[in-house]
Design a protein around this ligand. Structure first.
Ligand code: KG4
Ligand code: ZN
Length: 344
């Protein structure tokens, strides 16, 4: 069994997976209530919450999985990228447990976790039959929008990423403009369902550029301009159309680049993970695009899409098997390391 710890941002999560990638337990604590009054994640608040929550959650996960310390072969921990104070809580806890219980540590890149999440299994989820390496992985959340060629464990080639805001950030900032609450992605998704996606012509940044990068800040500015132009008395009746049009612009760009990457590599296996993969329009458009391209699409349930420790434990399992263990020198890093991604 592998114990996984995830504290890179504002979710404290602990999971235990077995050697076949079955999730035996996953316990998470969400901090939205603590951050909501500030309209965004406050790093100081996040690390304090992790400090309070992590040990009780580890105990709960161990008990749910009926695991004893002697059955834990490795402790996988997210050590990068993320908020440094938040990462530190997970890394220090992993090192302390490793020393006390004499269990090796495996350090995991958080994005690597998102890329491997589709391979997890539990009583109601398994990847589609035939889904295996290599595949194209789109990781879209509040902190990242990255497109990868996933060749195998530890072998990820970065194809493109956002040059400014992440997709989730674009949703959250738009929600803030319309005072829809925090985090805003779900609220925009819900509102968009009653709106007309063709009502506004928002830009699709970089969609026709010959690269696989994303950019969402111009879209955000275009939306702000439309909102400012709308007479306050009419804003309520325009919100759903604004949300639907804005959401469609983001989804169009994401799907367009995913398809472009997959065609270029001639890979017919795709995965989409990260909090934004909860978006109903992204899900349905991805399914339609996969069908059209004859591709196998793995979109795990939300519990493995938003920040979670099962994906970290699973990445840890694959690295542990490959002999890639860390030691007490391990320290967190707010960004990914140069060796995390293949160059060619
Ligand atoms: O993966 P995640 O839980 O945490 C990060 O690593 O950021 O992703 C959270 C992000 C937030 O920006 C949230 O607004 C967005 O995912 N999100 C959504 C939806 N549900 C969550 N965005 C669009 N539509 C949704 N249904
Ligand atoms: Zn994430």
């Amino acid at each position: 069994m592998i114990l996984g710890l995830e504290t890179s941002c504002d979710d404290t999560s602990v999971a235990i997976v077995d050697g076949a990638g079955h999730v035996l337990a996953q316990v998470s604590a969400n901090q939205d209530t603590q951050h909501r009054p500030f309209g965004g994640v406050v790093p100081e608040v996040a690390s304090r919450q992790h400090t309070e929550n992590l040990i009780p959650i580890i105990e709960q996960a161990m008990s749910e999985a009926k695991a004893s310390w002697s059955s834990i072969e490795a402790i996988a921990v997210t050590s990068r990228p993320g908020l440094i104070g938040s990462l530190l809580v997970g890394v220090v806890t992993a090192k302390a447990l490793s020393m006390a219980k004499k269990i090796p540590i495996v350090d995991v890149n958080h994005i690597e976790g998102h890329l491997l999440a589709s391979l997890l299994r539990d009583s109601t989820y398994a990847p589609p039959d035939g889904f295996d390496f290599p595949y194209v992985g789109l990781a879209v959340s509040g902190g990242h929008s990255h497109l990868f060629e996933v060749r195998g464990p530890g072998k990820y080639r970065l194809l493109g990423k956002t040059i400014d805001d992440a997709a989730g950030e674009a949703f959250d900032k738009f929600a803030k403009m319309l005072r829809l609450g925090f985090p805003g992605g779900v609220a925009v998704d819900r509102l968009a369902q009653t709106g007309n996606p063709k009502a506004y012509k928002f830009p699709r940044p970089l969609i026709h550029e010959n690269n696989l990068d994303f950019s969402f800040s111009g879209l955000k500015t275009a939306a702000l301009r439309e909102i400012e132009k709308t007479p306050p008395a009419e804003l309520d009746s325009r919100k759903a159309d604004l949300a639907a049009s804005y959401q469609e612009a983001i989804v169009d760009v994401l799907i367009n680049k995913l398809v472009k990457a997959a065609r270029g590599l001639n890979i017919k296996r795709w995965t989409i993970t990260g909090g934004v993969s909860a978006n109903s329009s992204l899900r349905s458009q991805a399914e339609a695009a996969a069908k059209k391209e004859g591709a196998l699409l793995a979109m795990p349930p939300l519990r493995y899409c938003t920040d979670n420790a099962a994906m970290i434990a699973y990445a840890g399992l694959l690295k542990f098997r490959a002999g890639l263990v860390a030691d007490q020198e391990l320290s967190p890093s707010s960004s990914s390391l140069p060796d995390d991604w293949l160059n060619s």
